[in-house]
Design a protein around this ligand. Structure first.
Ligand code: FES
Length: 148
């Protein structure tokens, strides 16, 4: 056990909890070490750090519970591609940069000139040959996380 943990255990033994413990701990160890040692990180939805957090029980995103549907959040097209999987790509088409990419019939599609992309962002025709930037998705309970 390292020195920091020993100090934390010592402060806990004094009966301090939660915010007060964190405050004391931070004061004792210097502010620079507080950022990554928050004891109770809470995610309230929206954008947190470098992730999008979508609450699939909210009316805004609940359509993602149905295969074939998609939403666009912060310039990212997020689609429900199967009962167990999602796919997320940039809305900006790699053909001429138009912000028009949508999800349709199992693939991503840009109506400007017909570029087609598979769910992994790979081009399916010559117009879409440069592919699309993809983002990693992860379902945590009823919250879908998209790593930016
Ligand atoms: S800009 Fe998307 S197909 Fe041309």
């Amino acid at each position: 056990m390292n020195e920091k943990m020993n100090r934390m255990e010592f402060l806990k033994s004094l009966g301090l909890k939660g915010a007060s413990l964190l405050a004391v701990y931070c004061a004792a160890s210097g502010l620079s070490s507080c950022v990554n040692e928050s004891m109770d990180p809470t995610t309230t939805g929206g954008t947190t750090g470098n992730q999008l957090s979508l609450d699939l029980t909210s009316s805004t995103y609940s359509k993602l519970n149905t295969v074939g549907n998609y939403v666009i959040v912060s310039g990212i097209v997020i689609a429900r591609i199967s009962t167990t999987a999602f796919a997320a790509v940039t809305q900006v088409c790699s053909h001429e940069g138009q912000r028009k990419v949508v999800y349709n019939a199992g693939e991503f599609y840009c109506p400007a000139h017909g570029a087609r992309f598979d769910t992994a962002g790979k081009g399916l025709n010559s117009t879409g040959s440069r592919g699309l930037k993809t983002y990693v998705t992860s379902l945590q309970g009823t919250t879908l996380l998209v790593t930016l």
